[in-house]
Design a protein around this ligand. Structure first.
Ligand code: BEZ
Ligand code: FE
Length: 286
């Protein structure tokens, strides 16, 4: 029998978890044990601190449901989500980079035609986003489905508003034969991540800004290409340098150019001053 000591407990626990039947689970669990123990040793974790951490984890689970993903939010603000994205979507330098999915994507958005309005009369400055979808060699990608979603002027996503029975600020667009796409929406604003839970409680005890810069989300699927989960950020927006979830990338920052009332990129007309953002997506082949 081998008695447990402070010196050998890590080795014993890692060996025990290495017995997981699935080899990858064994590798991941043994590494988790080693890193958790190294962390506790490094900070000399007290029992009070350990109990506070257990309470925090319990509350994080208790506030989570199918619409509220507090553990994912914790992963986001710790930079873990973005690290996982970077490691798993190391695309060619010419391809549009990926960023975090975030917790507000909803499946089954309605399909809209070229230039279709996904804001459906919500208040805000009209914004047309237009450009092409292409492969690495510049060849147009026809039939790419661009699933687009964003927050409203108050920074609220559809899933944060109770009792909504119609799609709100989300839609799917399909690229044309020449790869062109065009959508109409309203200019997004920067917004705060949810601060009324355990993640917010932690952040309030720091100097961390809890805001995300103005952005529109895209999930692009096309046959023969890697799915692309990304955002477009407004050039000059507040919080670009301090995005609380580390999601910004220089290649995803795009100018929102002011336009006078008049013709719009879909061949229509806008009676108010509007904004135009041009962005050409480049997809990574499978
Ligand atoms: C978002 O952009 O929707 C988002 C991403 C991560 C955490 C919170 C919000
Ligand atoms: Fe967002």
């Amino acid at each position: 029998m081998r008695l447990v000591t402070e010196d050998n407990i890590t080795e014993l626990a890692a060996a025990r978890w290495s017995s997981a039947h699935d080899p990858r689970t064994a590798e991941v669990m043994a590494a988790l044990v080693r890193h958790l123990h190294a962390f506790a040793r490094e900070v000399r974790l007290s029992e009070t601190e350990w109990m506070a951490a257990m309470r925090w984890l319990t509350e994080t689970g208790q506030i989570s449901d199918e619409k509220r993903e507090e553990f994912i939010l914790a992963s986001d603000v710790l930079g873990l989500s973005m690290l996982v994205v970077q490691m798993n979507h190391a695309f060619d330098a010419k391809a549009t980079p990926a960023t975090v999915l975030g917790p507000f994507h909803i499946d089954g958005s309605p399909e809209k035609e070229f230039g279709g309005d996904m804001s459906d009369g919500l208040p805000g400055t009209p914004l047309y986003i237009t450009g092409t979808v292409a492969g690495l060699d510049g060849s147009p990608v026809a039939g790419a489905v661009l699933d687009v979603w964003q927050a409203d002027e108050e920074g609220a996503y559809e899933s944060q508003i109770p009792d909504i029975d119609e799609a709100r600020l989300r839609a799917k667009y399909t690229s044309r034969a020449d790869g062109a796409y065009c959508l109409r929406t309203i200019a997004p604003k920067g917004y705060s991540i949810p601060m009324d839970g355990p993640v917010g409680e932690l952040i309030r005890g720091t100097d961390i800004s809890h805001f995300r810069p103005a952005h529109v989300h895209f999930l692009i699927n096309a046959a023969g290409y890697e799915p692309l989960i990304t955002h477009l950020f407004q050039e000059g927006a507040e919080y670009l340098d301090t995005d609380v979830v580390f999601g910004t990338k220089q290649e995803l920052v795009v100018a929102f150019e002011s336009r006078e009332p008049g013709p719009t990129p879909d061949g229509g007309h806008c009676a108010w001053p509007w904004l135009e953002a041009r962005y050409d997506f480049v997809l990574q082949p499978v």
